[in-house]
Design a protein around this ligand. Structure first.
Ligand code: BEZ
Ligand code: FE
Length: 300
């Protein structure tokens, strides 16, 4: 029998896991064990700190409900979700628009609206128009693509938070025309704080971070034969554009509203964005990010 110390226990654990049937599970768990052990040695983790970590993760689990996924929020504020998104984009067989976080406020079954419709029920801020074309990687328009959009109000709240969550507002589903074009009206959303009333928020506070996301409009675009694109457009002049708490902003997703005579609604300030979809590889499925309500159902 081998005497184990803080180094040799790593090899012993790897040896016990050697017979794992699934090669991918083995690869993931081997790496997790190696990195976790290295992390504990690196910070010289004490028993008290180990227990604090366990208590923190327990609280994260207890904060989860069918509509709140505190573990995804933890992944978001640690930048892990952004890493997974970037890895996913890199695996595409051709370049498409960059992805961004799905976030917890996506809802299936938003109203199907005609092109040009206003997605905000009672706008109290100036209307803007978002327009563009959905194309493939070669620039060929993609007709009949489904564009699902959702955003906060001009007050920085999603419909689920504005007190009338049962009514879908500030969201809509559009189809591109035969020319791949789309446009809809909205108002400029306000940036907002991620949910800070749970254990993840407490951690963010202790790290002296502001907890804010810059103003953005979420877009989920899908069409037969293409990789689903989960992304968001971020407004350049938001004060937190360079310090998103969940690391969702990429330069290629930053936009500005401006006067635009080429817009389909030239009287309104416009944001133009052309989305590029990558063809799906055979059998490719999977979304970047997970709808929390789906996770709850899966766990039942
Ligand atoms: C969102 O953009 O909706 C979001 C993303 C991550 C955490 C919280 C909110
Ligand atoms: Fe959001």
């Amino acid at each position: 029998m081998q005497d184990l110390d803080e180094f040799t226990v790593t090899d012993a654990a790897l040896a016990q896991m050697e017979a794992t049937a699934s090669p991918r599970l083995k690869q993931i768990m081997d790496a997790a064990v190696r990195h976790l052990h290295a992390f504990a040695r690196d910070v010289d983790l004490t028993p008290e700190e180990w227990l604090q970590g366990i208590q923190f993760l327990t609280a994260v689990g207890q904060a989860c409900t069918p509509i709140r996924q505190e573990f995804i929020l933890l992944s978001d504020v640690l930048g892990l979700s952004a890493v997974v998104n970037a890895l996913h984009d890199r695996k595409a067989r051709e370049l498409g628009s960059q992805s961004s976080l799905l976030g917890p406020f996506y809802r299936e079954g938003a109203p199907a609206l005609p092109l040009g419709a206003q997605i905000v029920h009672n706008p109290t801020a100036p209307e803007i128009v978002l327009y563009g074309t959905v194309t493939d990687n070669a620039g060929t328009p993609v007709p009949n693509a489904l564009i699902q959009v959702w955003q906060t109000s001009e007050r920085g709240l999603y419909d689920l938070q504005e007190g009338h969550g049962d009514v879908m507002d500030m969201r809509g589903n559009f189809r591109t025309g035969a020319d791949g074009k789309f446009h809809f009206r909205t108002v400029r959303p306000l940036g907002y704080s991620i949910p800070m009333d749970g254990p993840v928020g407490a951690l963010v506070h202790r790290q002296n971070r502001h907890g804010m996301r810059p103003s953005h409009i979420h877009c989920l675009i899908s069409a037969n034969g293409y990789r689903e694109l989960v992304t968001a457009l971020y407004f350049a002049d938001d004060p937190n554009i360079g310090s998103d708490t969940v690391f969702g902003v990429s330069q290629s997703l930053v936009v500005q509203a401006a006067d635009d005579p080429a817009s389909p609604l030239p009287g309104l300030q416009a944001v133009r964005y052309d989305f590029r979809l990558a063809h799906a590889a055979p059998g490719e499925t999977g979304r970047v990010g997970a709808d929390p309500s789906k996770l709850a159902k899966a766990a039942e």
